[in-house]
Design a protein around this ligand. Structure first.
Ligand code: PMP
Length: 398
């Protein structure tokens, strides 16, 4: 069978693969502790589930307009005003089947062969792949733990070519857990505007922030910033709604129009029931979200404290999302009890899974081989037991 060049260029999602491997071991009765989850371990709040059930009972089960119902668009508009001080019109909003779908559509609508998109590494695994699927070139810029994995204007300057079209910022970030300060975003925005670059701002972890941190949206940094920024957001992470598949874009009307055309010839509108539930998610009381974030903050403290207590492991304390991104590279070069050397994050994560039944995601999947991603969207007991096992496994290395 001959397959398209496009599909042959795409790498399978390593995060999904690790998760599947851990689940397979668990199904075999192994006592696996998984830190691979890319989703809250909390269930969708009751008020949101009820809204979904009400939608089914009201026969809200037909096609909706391609870009989402007006009610959902209005809820998104209200959210953008309330949370980000931004004013959008309905023709500047489009809802899709998850934020992943939103970015996929955007890439298809914007770029061609030869176009370059700047993506800071560590990055969410799907960003470069979706740029490649659009025929364009992801330009990966390595960031460092000394700057909490945030890209600087000087770095962007160095990578700029006449083909650069856009800069992608994900704040708070998957996988690093760090969010950009407003002043950092202002500097990047100023540079992007001077160089006619589109800013893409993935803010899907917006509400999951710690220590009183204030989230800033690039689009809120002024009139020009808003015009040149595509905000990507969704209900998956902050409302524990990963399975409902609703994401959205807020952007210039011209961009939204093109994406709507594409969506009209591909998926059509997202699920009607999920749209109704998402309205409740965005508009209803946020006590459930705040309680979940408080719990994540406690778990982050425990996970980072326990990790940094392991000789040879370092870990900056993230200020958002539900991931920590410890550095295990000081252990590379050591050998396990069979004399096999640990060469990098793939070897190390494989070793942990085999030796101690702990599943973490190798940093190489996110473009940073020194690290691994550990999700704290799991219980405190599992965090304590899992990190204890990692400590034991590290001790066994020679
Ligand atoms: N952006 C980032 C940074 C993510 O981590 C994810 C999910 N892993 C998404 C977008 C996509 O989320 P969804 O498609 O569930 O809305």
């Amino acid at each position: 069978m001959k397959f398209s060049k496009r599909i042959e260029q795409v790498n399978p999602s390593m995060t999904l693969a690790i998760d599947a491997k851990a689940k397979e071991l668990k199904a075999k009765g192994e006592d696996v502790i998984g830190f691979g989850a890319g989703e809250p371990d909390f269930d969708t709040p009751e008020r949101i589930k009820r809204a979904g059930i009400r939608a089914i009972e009201a026969n809200d089960t037909h096609y909706t307009p391609v870009g989402g119902t007006n009610e959902l668009k209005d809820a998104i508009i209200t959210k953008m005003k309330r949370d980000n001080g931004l004013v959008y019109e309905r023709n500047e909003i489009i809802a899709s089947c998850g934020a992943k779908h939103s970015f996929y559509n955007l890439a298809q609508a914007l770029w061609d062969e030869g176009d370059e998109v700047i993506i800071p590494a560590p990055y969410w695994v799907s960003f470069p792949e979706m740029v490649v699927l659009a025929g364009a070139k992801p330009v990966i810029i390595e960031t460092y733990s000394t700057n909490n994995f945030k890209i600087t204007v000087d770095q962007i300057k160095e990578s700029l070519t006449t083909n650069t079209r856009a800069i992608l910022i994900n704040t708070p970030s998957n996988p690093t857990g760090f969010a950009y300060e407003k002043s950092e975003l202002e500097a990047i925005t100023e540079f992007a505007l001077q160089n006619n670059l589109l800013l893409i701002s993935d803010e899907i972890y917006e509400w999951i922030i710690f220590d009183g941190f204030q989230h800033s949206s690039i689009a809120s940094l002024g009139k020009e910033a808003k015009k040149n920024c595509v905000v990507i957001n969704g209900v998956s992470k902050c409302y524990a709604m990963t399975g409902w598949r609703i994401g959205y874009i807020a952007a210039d009307a011209e961009i939204v129009k093109k994406i709507t055309k594409l969506q009209g010839q591909s998926t059509s509108g997202p699920c009607s029931i999920s749209q109704a539930a998402s309205i409740e998610a965005l508009m209803g009381p946020h006590d459930d979200v705040i309680a979940m974030v408080r719990e994540f903050e406690k778990r982050r403290n425990t996970m980072v404290d326990l990790l940094t207590d392991i000789p040879g492991v370092s870990c900056n304390k993230p200020n958002g999302s539900f991931y920590s991104f410890p550095d295990f590279s000081a252990l590379y070069g050591k050998k396990d009890k069979n004399g096999n050397a640990i060469h990098g994050s793939l070897d190390f994560t494989e070793y942990l899974l085999t030796e101690k039944k702990v599943a973490i995601v190798p940093g190489i999947a996110f473009g940073s081989d020194a690290n691994a991603r550990m999700s704290f969207a799991t219980s405190m007991e599992k965090i304590e037991e899992g990190v204890k096992r990692i400590k034991e496994a590290v001790k066994l290395l020679q």
